[in-house]
Design a protein around this ligand. Structure first.
Ligand code: F6R
Length: 314
């Protein structure tokens, strides 16, 4: 198998998963939590490395500890992994981009993201490869655990194989995304909203804007907006909303209506052919349809490009 025979025995006997990571890798992990539970039906917890390493926690030794890191050298994640081992964990898997790294050396199983050398700090291709690898792992675990039928597995795999072409489609909207970026000239704050599988994408989108465009941004689960952040929305506030079809579409549309009634500027990432959001939003960036669970691999791309073009302009 993809992960080797050693992995098969380990995977068969786990009852849950604990993910450890920082920054963008943490958001990749959060996406994976949704997949591990929906596709593989394995209870999954996720912790920020720098919190986990210092807090008292109760180890479950039947848990698979997955550490996710582009560099494999993030000190908090190395220490979180060492801490996990110290309190008794033995089943460790690293999802890592750098082969000769501390996290790889400290883990019993390894799955490389093979993104090539990450030159910029923004971890964009790292994130995309991390979630792709994690989606494969979710499918694989689903098979090992018997929670996914072979035909469902094949269906998901075929969808994954179609993702690169769909990403190429998204890249064709470069001109539109540049235009959206130019509307950010006077912007000093921005909110990102997403629900379900696309909630972690909202967090990652906000992080990219902060990190490379130096604009304050917050990512929120769309429905949580009404519990506070809504107070910040006015005509100065761009709100980037991921509103792809399926899943929570109707609910996200009503979130968008709330933003609209507060005069917020709406930049939406929608499914190809969308009509309802187009009536409400200032800008709509389309992504091709996909299985709902895999939309994060697509919706991430326009948000990365948006931050990039805003940064270039600034
Ligand atoms: C975001 C970014 C950081 C890293 C974080 C973890 O673009 O670069 O947030 O994601 O420092 O780094 P790795 O993945 O190397 O452990």
């Amino acid at each position: 198998s993809l992960f080797g025979n050693k992995a098969k025995d380990v995977f068969k006997n786990i009852d849950s998963i604990l993910i450890l990571a920082a920054g963008t890798s943490y958001y990749a992990g959060l996406t994976a939590k949704y997949w591990f539970e929906s596709i593989a039906k394995i209870p999954t917890a996720i912790e920020i490395s720098s919190e986990y390493r210092y807090r008292d926690s109760v180890p479950n030794l039947n848990q698979l500890v997955i550490s996710i890191s582009q560099s494999g050298e993030t000190l908090d994640t190395i220490e979180a992994l060492k801490h996990a081992k110290k309190i008794g964990h033995k089943k460790t898997l690293a999802i890592c981009n750098v082969q000769e790294s501390a996290i790889v050396r400290a883990s019993s199983l390894v799955f490389y993201t093979r993104a090539g050398i990450e030159i910029g700090v923004a971890s964009t291709k790292a994130f995309t490869t991390q979630i792709t690898v994690l989606s494969l792992l979710a499918l694989h675990l689903g098979m090992v655990k018997g929670s996914l039928s072979r035909s469902e597995y094949q269906k998901h795999l075929a969808e994954l194989e179609s993702i690169p072409d769909k990403v190429s489609e998204i890249l064709k909207q470069e001109k539109l995304i540049k235009e959206v970026a130019s509307s950010f000239n006077e912007t000093s704050n921005c909110i990102y909203l997403g629900r379900g599988y696309n909630f972690p994408v909202a967090l990652e989108g906000a992080l990219k804007l902060k990190e490379i465009s130096y604009i304050h941004a917050e990512g929120y689960p769309a429905a949580e907006m009404k519990h506070g952040p809504i107070a910040l929305i006015d005509e100065q506030m761009p709100v980037v909303v991921i509103a792809t079809k399926k899943g929570h579409y109707d609910k996200v549309v009503s979130n968008i209506q709330e933003i609209k009634s507060r005069k917020g500027r709406i930049i939406a990432v929608v499914s190809e052919g969308d009509v309802r959001v187009k009536e409400l939003a200032d800008y709509c960036i389309e992504v091709p349809e996909s299985l709902e669970c895999f939309t994060p691999i697509l919706t991430t791309i326009p948000l990365q490009l948006l931050s990039y073009y805003i940064a270039v302009q600034r």
